[in-house]
Ligand binder design. Structure first.
Ligand SMILES: Nc1ncnc2c1ncn2[C@@H]1O[C@H](COP(=O)(O)OP(=O)(O)OP(=O)(O)O)[C@@H](O)[C@H]1O
Ligand SMILES: [Mg+2]
Length: 268
């Protein structure tokens, strides 16, 4: 693609766009068209591993579903996809194109784990392959009409989150932290990166809250957003996940905690 750019006081200057840049722009256009019937795409994110991103993504998705919304859940953790285990999904996704998400209790779910035959086998891919898998999902999955697509983000601030940010028009990120200072610093890092790339921060969830209520406030203050809510450290929550059961569908107390958070996301 050639563009004419006038230089001050001089002749028009011819600029050529690099082919790889052109490819990304065209791919983004295709993905935008493909996902046009999804009203809100929200990433659940923190650079820190193990803080409860997947737990938060699953329970936010099913809380939204419980409120009557049409919901999809995309596992963007390509290396360590956990969503299927959290939901007790053992089925493989049907072969062929378009890629059809698997429906579980009324939520459409898609994960790399649905395409590998052994859930314990490591998925060892270099960055470009990870990005390719994400764009494959985004370009070829048939989600239909959705009110919300919840994206369970991988940890880190490199390839996978960058691909998601680059390829999707996100409504924003929900940043997850635990109450401690170090996870909070890493959560701030993720939020700063998102903001620098023009993605809104919808708010912070402090997960595994122990009553001290530190980490969530620290992150929210640094990012200039609100704490959406606190999810208590609760062995029954991990117990449900380990059994492939969805906490908000089983436990009224946990459900209330997530409704408070989701009310604020929806009201945004
Ligand atoms: N509020 C909570 N109380 C008790 N256990 C929890 C809570 N939240 C999450 N867990 C447990 O902590 C572990 C890590 O949670 P989860 O997998 O959701 O984190 P993650 O941020 O997605 O991790 P990763 O970075 O590996 O993707 C899981 O075993 C989960 O069941
Ligand atoms: Mg996870």
């Amino acid at each position: 693609m050639d563009t004419e750019q006038g230089l001050e006081g001089g002749a028009p200057h011819k600029m050529t766009m690099h082919p790889s840049m052109l490819k990304v722009i065209e791919q983004k256009k295709r993905i935008r068209e493909k996902l046009a019937r999804i009203k809100n795409k929200i990433g659940i994110y923190s650079a820190k591993g193990g803080v409860g991103k997947t737990t938060t993504a699953v329970n936010i998705a099913y809380t939204l579903k419980g409120m009557g919304y049409k919901v999809g859940l995309l596992d963007a953790d390509i290396d360590c996809p956990n969503i299927s285990m959290f939901l007790g999904i053992n089925a493989a996704a049907p072969d062929g194109y378009p890629i059809m998400p698997i429906e579980k209790d009324g939520v459409k779910v898609l994960s790399t784990s649905m395409f590998v035959d052994d859930s314990k086998k490591p998925i060892i891919w270099r960055g470009p392959m990870v990005g390719k898998m994400i764009s494959e999902f985004l370009e070829n999955a048939e989600w239909g009409e959705l009110d919300y697509l919840i994206i369970d983000m991988p940890p880190g601030t490199s390839d996978s989150p960058l691909s998601i940010i680059q390829l999707l028009d996100l409504k924003g990120f929900v940043i997850v932290t635990t109450p401690q200072h170090i996870p909070a610093i890493n959560a701030i890092r993720s939020g700063m990166m998102a903001k620098r790339l023009g993605v809104a921060i919808l708010g912070v969830v402090e997960n595994m809250s122990d009553g001290n209520i530190k980490g969530g406030r620290e992150v929210a203050e640094a990012l200039g957003c609100d704490v959406l809510g606190f999810i208590k450290l609760d062995p029954s929550l991990s117990g449900f996940s380990d059994l492939g059961r969805i906490a908000v569908l089983e436990d009224e107390k946990i459900k209330k905690e997530y409704i408070n958070i989701v009310d604020r996301i929806v009201g945004d």
